[in-house]
Ligand binder design. Structure first.
Ligand code: HEM
Length: 401
C-alpha cells in the first residue's frame, strides 16, 4: 500500500495556486485522485469526493482547523463545538432532524415573492446610473435581508446582523489569530441579540423560523437554549456570507462570458440551470474539510487516523470524467449536479434557500443590467475560506424597469 509520502505534493499557499487553482489541480488530475498538502491530503476526483462526503470514517475537522490556529478554548471554541458542522453521528442527526422540522422547503418557497421584490428594489436604486459596485449595492444587502426575514429579525436590525456576521466569517479563514478581537466582538454582539430574540419569541411566538425552532419537537425532544443560540447563529452566518459571495462570483462569471448573460436575459427560465452552472464553475466554498476518525485507505493510499482529509468539491466540479468540457461556462447545458453544497450528512442545510435566492435575483439583474462588463479592477478574498470578490465594479446599459 502507498503512503502519504508517495503522493504528489500540492502547496496551496503559493502565488501560482492563489492565481489559478484549477491549473495546478488539472496538472495533478491524471497522476492521482488524492494529493498531499501542507496540512494533510486533498481528494480531487469527483467520484471519490462524493463517496467520502458520506463516509462515516471521516469526521468534521472544524475544531482541528481552529485548534491548529491556537484557539483551544473560550467562547468561540465552545460555540463552534456545538455548531452543526462540528458534530457528527447521532448528535448531528438529532440536531438536523429538529432543525429540519422548522426549516422546511415550504418556508423557503414562500419567500420567493419577497426575493423578487427585494431584487427589484435594490437594483432600481442604481440601474439608471449604468454602473455600480456590486458587492455594496446588491450582494451585501440581499441575502442578509432574506435570512433575517426568514428568521424573523426586524428590518431595523439587519445592518447590525451583517456587521457581526462579517466579523465572525474570519473563523473559517487562516487569519483567526490576527482577527480574534473582531471575531469575539462579532460573536458576543450576535449571541446577546439572539438570546433576547429567543426570549421574545418564547413569550410571543410568531410565524418565523426562530419561533419554529423553539417549538420544534421530535418524540418529546427539543432544542435547549445553547443549541438554539448556536443554530440560529450558524444559520445566519452560513446563510449570509456564502450566498453573498456566490452572487458576486456569478456576476463576475457573466462579465467574462457576456453571451451567457445575454442568453439568460433572453430566456429567464434558464435561471435554475444558470445558478447550477455558476455554483459548479466557481463555488464560494471549495472544500469540505474532514479528518480521519480511524486509519483508512483512499485509492490505495494509507491515511492515518487524525490526518486532515480535505475533499475538493471545486476540483470535483471540474472533473472531465463527470463534466463534458468542464472549462466551458454554459448556462443552457444540463449537467450533473455540482458538489458545491457538499454531500452526505452535512449537506448544506440552506441549499434550497441559496438556490432560490439566486434563481430569483439573476433574471432581475440580467433584465436591468444588459451589456454587463467590468468597470475596473476586481479585488478578491483569499482562496482559503469563503471565496469571492471584495470589490466588483460593474458597468452596463440601463435595461427595462
Ligand atoms: C451559495 C451558497 C452556499 C454554499 C455554497 C454553501 C455551502 C455549504 C457546504 C459546502 C456545506 C457543507 C460543508 C461540509 O460538509 O464541510 C454547508 C453546510 C451548511 N450550510 Fe451552506 N452554503 C450556502 C448557503 C447556505 C445558506 C443560505 C444557509 C442557511 C440558511 C446555509 C446553512 C448551512 C448549514 C447550517 C450547514 C451545516 C450543515 C450540517 O453540518 O449539517 N448555507 N454549506
Amino acid at each position: 500500500m502507498k503512503t502519504i509520502d508517495d503522493l504528489p505534493f500540492l502547496n496551496f499557499l503559493t502565488p501560482e495556486f492563489e492565481a489559478d487553482p484549477a491549473k495546478v489541480i488539472n496538472a495533478l488530475r491524471p497522476i492521482s485522485k488524492i494529493v498531499r498538502t501542507p496540512i494533510g491530503v486533498l481528494v480531487i476526483e469527483r467520484q471519490a469526493v462524493e463517496s467520502l462526503l458520506a463516509d462515516p470514517r471521516l469526521e468534521s475537522s472544524l475544531l482541528n482547523f481552529v485548534q491548529m490556529q491556537g484557539v483551544l478554548e473560550g467562547p468561540i471554541f465552545e460555540a463552534l463545538s456545538r455548531s452543526l458542522l462540528a458534530v457528527d453521528g447521532e448528535d448531528h442527526s438529532r440536531l438536523r432532524k429538529l432543525v429540519s422540522r422548522a426549516f422546511t422547503p415550504r418556508s423557503v418557497e414562500r419567500l420567493r415573492p419577497s426575493m423578487r421584490s427585494l431584487s427589484e428594489k435594490l437594483v432600481a436604486d442604481f440601474a439608471a446610473k449604468g454602473r455600480c459596485e456590486f458587492m455594496t449595492a446588491f450582494a451585501d444587502q440581499y441575502p442578509i435581508q432574506m435570512i433575517c426575514e426568514l428568521l424573523g429579525v426586524p428590518s431595523e436590525d439587519h445592518d447590525k446582523f451583517a456587521r457581526w456576521s462579517n466579523a465572525i466569517t474570519w473563523v473559517l479563514s487562516f487569519e483567526i489569530a490576527a482577527r480574534m478581537d473582531e471575531i469575539v466582538a462579532g460573536f458576543e454582539g450576535l449571541a446577546a441579540y439572539i438570546d433576547a430574540l429567543i426570549e421574545e419569541r418564547r413569550a410571543e411566538p410568531r410565524d418565523d423560523l426562530v419561533s419554529a425552532l423553539i417549538l420544534a419537537e421530535d418524540g418529546g425532544d427539543r432544542l435547549d437554549g445553547d443549541e438554539l443560540r448556536s443554530l440560529i447563529a450558524s444559520l445566519l452566518f452560513a446563510g449570509y456570507d456564502t450566498t453573498r459571495n456566490q452572487l458576486g462570483i456569478s456576476m463576475f462569471l457573466f462579465c467574462e462570458n457576456p453571451e451567457q448573460w445575454e442568453r439568460l436575459r433572453a430566456e429567464p427560465a434558464l435561471a435554475p440551470r444558470a445558478v447550477e452552472e455558476c455554483l459548479r464553475f466557481l463555488g464560494t466554498v471549495a472544500i469540505a474539510p474532514r479528518s480521519a476518525a480511524q486509519d483508512l485507505e483512499i485509492d490505495g493510499v494509507h491515511v492515518p487516523r487524525g490526518m486532515l482529509v480535505s475533499l475538493s468539491t471545486a476540483s470535483a466540479n471540474h472533473d472531465p470524467a463527470a463534466y463534458e468540457h468542464p472549462e466551458r461556462f454554459d448556462v443552457a447545458v444540463s449537467r450533473e449536479t455540482p458538489l458545491t453544497f457538499g454531500g452526505g450528512p452535512h449537506y448544506c442545510l440552506g441549499a434550497n434557500l441559496a438556490r432560490a435566492e439566486m434563481q430569483e435575483a439573476l433574471p432581475v439583474l440580467a433584465r436591468r443590467m444588459p451589456d454587463l462588463r467590468l468597470d475596473g479592477e476586481v479585488s478578491w478574498r483569499p482562496r482559503t475560506g469563503i471565496f469571492g470578490p471584495n470589490v466588483l465594479p460593474l458597468r452596463f446599459t440601463p435595461g427595462t424597469a
